[in-house]
Design a protein around this ligand. Structure first.
Ligand code: GLV
Ligand code: MN
Ligand code: MN
Ligand code: MN
Length: 427
């Protein structure tokens, strides 16, 4: 039997792939942009409605639900030895602008279905099993990726910063959180921190967001998560009339930004490794009029690598280029701020082995792989042994509306998750 010796009366796992697909489709309707795109931003009305939808499903699955001060949501199934540390799983349901309906969602709705499948099979957990819905994995609103899990892992600096943080509309974090029903009585968010030994294991199910698994194998077993960093840069010049100011008399902040964008590409490609990636996904010019020379340019740069030192060396080069470009173009580099510069994380051997054994029992082909996207698992790894299960997605598409994972691949992933959780619960 698939559950180990102490659960010999269990019947095989059956995942209701149809019901799960229906839930994925329903959740995608809580969106600020039209289908097939999904946009679900932290603490907005659609985020609150989507959270309510998840809490309801957790309740129907018989889980006891609690929420912390920033809206991380926990659904627990008590084990028969509840004093043992629990095994956790989970992911996020926030969605960046114009993205798809599977990123994160598969790891939350899939986890609830995994629990339902385990219950139907007659399985009884020894260690409690807990599903976590993490607040704001995406950095969209406040510029901080994995906000919820970063705090859970004891992010002191972040807890302090959140007291005064504002979004692009100048709405404070605390005000936004309160509008969604969180952070009621407190400005101090350190209540969110989890103790270091809260979980004996954390395992996250997620779509691959890359092209390796498709057409090759069913399950990806993540060995490590690449180290992300993000940087905000501002250039300032004099601006002026697009007709009146002659070219030699300009100091165009927009051109400085353009040059820096190319420098980012250059430094990243010159790192010596294909594993270094860099993206300038935000470029804002002020005042943003066709007949006005940009007097301010704002860029946000994302740099990642599986090698932390190599990534940091690239960031240094980008900083040097920003200074040199400002000098050459007579603009001011008014900000070069590293928002976060996180180390990579490694999966725990025992969790990799549990997932490996689970996929073998289910006769699913598998592959070890690196996660180049970051995930809440990156931060859970700071307080718990961590592992991740990837499923294939169409052409590796993600962070765009064409994102797609087949019901069969999702079903496989949920089964592997369920079996992995069962094994870890009994260990
Ligand atoms: C989060 O979605 C990331 O950028 O990896
Ligand atoms: Mn994402
Ligand atoms: Mn994600
Ligand atoms: Mn991600």
């Amino acid at each position: 039997n698939p559950f180990g010796s102490s659960a010999s009366d269990s019947s095989p796992l059956s995942v209701d792939a149809q019901a799960l697909q229906k839930q994925i489709d329903e959740l995608s309707t809580f969106s600020d942009t039209p289908a097939p795109s999904v946009t679900r931003i932290l603490y907005t009305e659609n985020d609150v409605l989507a959270r309510r939808y998840i809490k309801n499903l957790m309740g129907l699955a018989g889980l006891s639900v609690r929420e912390d001060a920033v809206g991380n949501i926990f659904g627990r199934w008590d084990g028969y030895e509840p004093e043992l540390t629990a095994v956790a799983t989970g992911s996020h349901i926030d969605a960046i602008p114009y993205s798809g309906k599977y990123d994160g969602v598969v790891g939350v709705l899939g986890a609830i279905e995994a629990i339902n499948a385990l219950k139907r099979s007659g399985f009884k957990p020894k260690r409690s099993l807990e599903i976590i819905l993490f607040t704001s994995e995406e950095p969209t609103r406040f510029g901080i990726g994995c906000l919820g899990s970063r705090l859970l892992a004891g992010g002191e600096t972040l807890a302090e910063a959140l007291k005064t943080m504002v979004d692009g509309q100048n709405i404070s974090f605390l005000e936004a959180a309160r509008s969604a029903g969180y952070a009621r009585g407190e400005d101090d968010l350190s209540s969110v921190f989890l103790k270091k030994d809260s979980y004996s294991a954390f395992v996250e199910l997620h779509i691959e967001q890359g092209p390796i698994l498709e057409d090759e194998v069913s399950i990806g077993i993540v060995t490590n998560i690449a180290a992300p960093a993000s940087i905000k840069v501002d250039f300032e010049g004099n601006g002026g009339h697009a007709g009146g100011v002659l070219m030699p008399d300009r100091n165009d902040a927009g051109l400085a930004a353009a040059e820096l964008m190319l420098a980012v590409e250059n430094h990243v490609m010159g790192s010596g490794s294909i594993d270094t990636v860099g993206t300038v996904g935000i470029l804002e010019l002020h005042p943003g009029a066709i007949n006005s020379i940009p007097s301010k340019a704002h860029l946000e740069i994302d740099v990642r690598d599986i090698d932390e030192d190599r990534r940091n060396a690239v960031i240094k080069k980008i900083h040097n280029s920003a200074k040199a470009i400002a000098k050459k173009r007579y603009v001011t580099l008014s900000e070069f701020k590293i928002i976060n510069q996180d180390p990579p994380a490694h999966s725990e051997k025992s969790i990799i082995e549990a997932t490996e054994a689970a996929s073998k029992e289910l006769k699913l082909t598998r592959k070890y792989m690196v996660s180049r996207a970051y995930h809440d698992s990156l931060f859970m790894a700071r307080i718990s042994p961590m592992g991740m299960i990837f499923i294939p997605c169409y052409k590796g598409y993600s962070h765009k509306p064409e994102e797609y994972a087949s019901p069969k691949d999702i079903e496989n992933g949920v089964k592997v998750l369920a079996l992995t959780l069962a094994k870890l619960s009994l260990s």
